[in-house]
Design a protein around this ligand. Structure first.
Ligand code: NOJ
Length: 730
């Protein structure tokens, strides 16, 4: 048997053996990925000139094309079949921004695991997830796809998602290959306009945008996607500095880089390539191993090698990385879908139950002045709004192979929940985006007959995600007017929001007594929302992103710098607005509960530490209400005086805990000093000597306990360093 076909041989030997047998065209073929199965692509597959396909789904189709690659091509190299399995394959979970609101990495990990198991059973072995872009601008629709604005929360979630998709072993039939995207700083698009130019300092690049990628790499992510955007004058998909120096040299990434969709071809539009040959040369030199859908590599690389413009060694390096992953995935041994397993596990009870748990945990109670939870034996309930009975929006923008028919709407969830004697009246009121108020009359009339009105308002699922930037952050169409019209009736109102980004809902926040942030929660939306509305589940999610009062405040994020003139309402010449408050509408980390938590007895030990030490930060957390509930306790630090300006607060630890009524626990954050590292004035990554303030609380603005500690000397640390803050609960 050929060495490369022998599973008992070590992977590096199999790769070497296979590479030696390949022609230049076959090598280039491995570096090409295509989306549609045209006749031409099928022919290329049979000739062994395609490495990967995306968006080819369905067991029969998948198995047929895989068989063509294996049985018809000369060397029989299996295809790597990829798909955007973002928050579920067929069992659809909450969107990533919602999952980040759980502040629970175990939930994120399990969601990814289930998605991987379902996808893998149908022959999909690669997902383009997790999206780990930090997003500080809610105009950017892709904020829905990530974990929000914070590099620490984003890192913990990136790590968990990669572990979930890939498991401990890529060849496990439940595992699929993950892809951290979009490398890098894609979320920094000017004006929040998708695909737009990004111009950020090296410090911001490294301290804000890079950490979640670092976490993904340390978790073992097999692939990275190079982004569409221009970064400080060099497109991310042709950027040697970020793709070779930072990614491979500094962070030690060993997997392969795939471009985003035709990002290589788009180097021509960026204006750093005159034609496809320039584009291919720039991308390959920078370290892009696979060309997604552009068909640039196939058309150019042979000529570039023959003319000596590109050394064949660069192609060999790329192909080795791709083949290595194919071997690690066990594709040579197990290339096909498993229909029996698929039938058994897809949308099975365990998966649907977990979709409900994830959805409940994702919900954030933004405001509650005595209205929630509702009684189940109310006489009449009005359910109003364009999203109340919508089966598509709750799936979000990337719903993979999810089926809208499987979605439980909020209206259905409420109807199933209440007592048989309760009348549930429904009026749509208006469309998500329209100017007509014709439906208001019915909405107002049912509200008048009811004990409470539940208004479900927000965005369509495709109003966030890719190419879905918004210039306004208000509720679309006439929805706010609908809320106002119902408000005029005087009936108590609960607003349930469905949206893929922070919205500026200032009027609602000021006038409506109860607001529930439901994002897009997937198949179990209605059950989860009803559980929260009627108190069968006590909400405990927290915002992973700041809600602005108005779009004019954007970018607004909690970990900002202090400035030389921090805002002071009494002094005009300080950093604020003359026509709006400078504070957010809802801050990062905010989220209420039906119970109350108290924080006390903060202890920081030791008070003086050396770089390399661990600081123990402990406090007592108590549920002083009479309902069981979840609290996300948050740890923030601030370097009092530093060689460079530092954020006023940086999240460095968190934990979500469930406490019974009257229960109290001692929480201990073990903060490794490596968590304090930042880039100093010389751009060295250091743990810097000096005093650090410690803040513990229930949100970035609701700090309950403060203390401090001192680091006694300065030490440079490796940029690969990443140690999370562990939590002990006693
Ligand atoms: C383009 C998107 O930017 C990326 O996120 C996605 O994974 C690819 N298309 C493939 O669908």
């Amino acid at each position: 048997m050929e060495i490369y076909k022998d599973p008992s041989q070590p992977i590096n030997k199999r790769v070497e053996d296979l590479l030696k047998r390949m022609t230049l065209d076959e090598k280039i073929g491995q570096m090409c990925q295509y989306s549609s199965l045209t006749k031409k692509i099928k022919e290329l597959v049979k000739k062994g000139l395609v490495g990967s396909l995306l968006n080819v789904t369905g067991i029969d189709k998948v198995n047929e094309i895989q068989k063509a690659a294996i049985e018809d091509s000369r060397l029989g190299i299996p295809l790597l079949l990829g798909l955007d399995v973002i928050h579920g394959y067929k069992t659809i979970f909450p969107i990533p921004l919602a999952l980040a609101s759980t502040w629970d990495p175990q939930v994120v990990r399990k969601v990814a695991r289930i998605a991987a198991r379902e996808a893998s059973s149908e022959g999909i072995k690669w997902t383009f997830a997790p999206m780990v872009d930090i997003a500080r601008d809610p105009r950017w629709g892709r904020i829905a796809e990530g974990a929000g604005e914070d590099p620490y929360l984003g890192s913990v979630i990136a790590w968990a998602a990669v572990k979930g998709f890939q498991g401990d072993d890529l060849s496990d039939p439940d595992s699929i290959l993950a892809c951290a995207k979009h490398y890098i700083a894609y979320g920094g698009a000017e004006g929040g306009r998708d695909y737009n130019t990004v111009d950020v300092s090296d410090r911001t690049l490294r301290e804000i945008y890079l950490p979640p990628f670092k976490a993904a790499i340390l978790a073992g992510v097999g692939t990275i996607m190079s982004a569409f955007n221009d970064l400080n004058g060099v497109p991310a998909s042709a950027n040697e500095y970020t793709l070779r120096k930072i990614l491979r040299e500094e962070l030690g990434f060993k997997g392969f880089v795939v471009s985003d969709w035709n990002a290589i071809g788009e180097l021509i539009n960026h204006g750093i390539a005159g034609d496809i040959y320039d584009a291919a040369r720039e991308a390959l030199k920078a370290g892009v191993d696979m060309d997604m859908q552009g068909d640039i590599y196939r058309r150019t690389l042979r000529k570039l090698v023959e003319e000596g413009i590109i050394p064949e060694r660069l192609i060999d390096d790329a192909v080795k990385r791709i083949l290595e992953i194919k071997f690690k995935l066990g594709l040579f041994e197990n290339p096909y879908a498993n229909p029996e397993k698929a039938r058994k596990i897809i949308k099975c009870k365990e998966h649907l139950d977990f979709a409900l748990e994830a959805a409940r945990k994702s919900i954030v109670l933004l405001k509650n002045e005595g209205v929630l939870p509702l009684r189940k034996d109310l006489k009449t309930i009005a359910v109003i709004g364009p999203l109340a009975d919508d089966k598509v929006a709750p799936l979000g923008s990337w719903y993979c192979l999810g089926d809208p028919k499987d979605v439980i709407t909020v209206l259905e969830g409420i109807r199933n929940k209440v007592s048989p004697k309760t009348k549930v009246l429904y009026a749509k009121g208006c469309d998500i985006e329209c100017s007509s108020k014709e439906g208001f009359e019915k909405a107002v009339s049912i509200a008048k007959q009811s004990d409470v009105a539940i208004l479900v308002v927000g965005e369509r699922g495709d109003m966030s995600g890719e190419a879905a930037s918004r210039a306004y952050l208000d509720l679309p169409g006439v929805q706010e007017d609908l809320v106002k019209a119902v408000y005029e009736t005087g009936v108590p109102i609960v607003v349930v929001l469905m949206n893929g980004r922070p919205l500026s809902i200032k009027w609602i926040a000021e006038h409506i007594p109860a607001i529930v942030e439901a994002w897009f929660l997937g198949l179990q939306t209605g059950r989860a929302v009803a559980d929260v509305l009627f108190g069968d589940y006590n909400p405990g999610g927290k915002l992973p992103v700041t809600f602005p009062r108005t779009v004019g405040q954007v970018p607004i994020y909690y970990n900002h710098k202090n400035t030389g003139r921090p805002p002071d309402p009494k002094n005009r010449f300080t950093s604020k607005y003359i026509d709006e408050d400078y504070k957010p509408l809802f801050p990062f980390g905010h989220g209420l509960s039906y119970t109350t938590f108290s924080y006390s007895d903060l202890e920081v030990k030791p008070r003086n530490v050396e770089p390399g030490d661990v600081i123990l930060i402990s406090f007592t957390l108590a549920n002083i209400g009479d309902r069981e509930g979840d609290e996300v306790a948050q740890l923030y630090i601030r370097k009092a005086v530093a060689s460079v300006t530092r954020p006023v607060k940086e999240l460095k630890g968190f934990v979500r805990i469930t406490l019974k009524p009257r229960e109290k626990r001692r929480v201990i954050f073990k903060l490794p000093t490596e968590q304090l590292a930042f880039y100093n004035r010389e751009m060295k990554f250091v743990i810097e000597a000096g005093t650090y303030h410690v803040m513990v609380g229930s949100s970035s603005q609701d700090i309950r306990l403060v203390s401090e500690f001192k680091v006694t000397s300065t030490k440079e640390v490796s940029p690969r360093t990443l140690k999370f803050t562990e939590t002990i609960i006693k």
